[in-house]
Design a protein around this ligand. Structure first.
Ligand SMILES: [Zn+2]
Length: 324
């Protein structure tokens, strides 16, 4: 079985990432196809099956080379059946993803939530470095979360375990969130949330500096502009970053008090800011964590980038299907 390949698939709202991965977690071939969301996403599973067949043909390999397919989908998953309860961006509701993919590809399939498979990827080959108790917080256009306890993803009773982005950080007066609540972590720590905080701060103050100049030039600022200006010593940008770090550090401390994970891995596009983000988050984490948790739970920036999902998918094949 050692020479078999694992198929990792990471389904996003605009692209589908696919990879053939060795049983040791090495990416052998990876590529992307666009996500066709027309007609409530009904073409997605066929597109994935075709993409795999075309790649096998290109490489001169047979379907028997593949041990199975592990996939992340943007929504909560019923693990026993591989049903996606809802993926708003794709138009899916109670969608039998696992069954359809098995029919189209002829491969055994295991599916999980996209933030969860990214967490698994980081556990296996990334910043988790094999730790079996880790929590991943993914800071992108939204905020995703994945909780892994003793090597297994915590799904909860209805597939909504690990929704760290929707932990309430502003009980009163918070901004509306996509989930229907207000004041979620996602509203202040996603790229979108950081831009909103920065825009409000710029509109409500006259403070000069690099971020203000950027705003005057472009008429808008990005989360990256905030981090870049903060790194260059702009006190105004640093004050915005400090607020973001406060909400993140507080949230991480609170869930870490419940879980005491070995690692908390911060990933997603926003995490590319690196130390300028991690250091203040670490400061607030230490302030609000139970002392024994503050000493033993380590914070780290994710290392796999966009590959975390496909590697996590491959891990699911290896551990749930192939039993290699
Ligand atoms: Zn929310």
């Amino acid at each position: 079985m050692q020479e078999k390949w694992l198929v990792g698939v990471d389904l996003g709202g605009t692209t589908i990432k696919l990879a053939f991965i060795s049983v040791y977690g090495e990416i052998l071939h990876k590529w992307e196809i666009p996500t066709n969301i027309s007609e409530k996403g009904k073409y997605i599973t066929v597109d994935i099956a075709k993409a795999i067949d075309e790649k096998l043909q290109e490489l001169g390999e047979q379907k028997s080379k593949l041990a199975g397919l592990g996939m992340g989908a943007p929504g909560p998953v019923h693990m026993a059946t591989g049903l996606i309860y809802e993926a708003i961006n794709l138009g899916w509701k109670d969608y039998p993803l696992k069954d359809l993919l098995e029919v189209e590809t002829g491969l055994p399939v295991v599916v999980d939530n996209d933030a969860n498979i990214a967490a698994i990827g980081e556990m296996w080959k990334g910043a988790g470095e094999g730790a079996k108790d880790i929590v991943c917080v993914t800071l992108g256009t939204g905020v995703g979360g994945g909780v892994i306890a003793n090597g297994e993803v915590v799904h909860g009773v209805s597939g909504a375990g690990g929704e760290i982005g929707h932990i309430t950080v502003l009980p009163e007066g918070g901004a509306p969130c996509n989930c229907g609540k207000t004041g979620c972590l996602e509203t202040v720590a996603s790229a979108t949330g950081i831009v909103r905080l920065a825009t409000e701060a710029l509109q409500n103050s006259k403070e000069e500096g690099e971020l203000r100049n950027r705003w005057n030039e472009a008429g808008t600022v990005t989360a990256k502009d905030v981090f870049d200006a903060a790194r260059n010593g702009d006190a105004f940008a640093q004050s915005i970053l400090d607020r973001v770090a406060f909400y993140l550090g507080l949230t991480i401390a609170n869930f870490s008090n419940a879980l005491n994970p070995e690692k908390v891995v911060i990933g997603g596009g926003v995490s590319k800011a690196g130390d300028v983000l991690l250091q203040p988050v670490q400061k607030y984490f230490e302030k609000y964590a139970f002392p024994r948790v503050a000493k033993s739970t380590k914070l780290a920036i994710a290392t796999l980038g966009n590959d975390a999902g496909v590697i996590g998918g491959a891990w699911l094949v290896k551990t749930k299907i192939a039993k290699l």
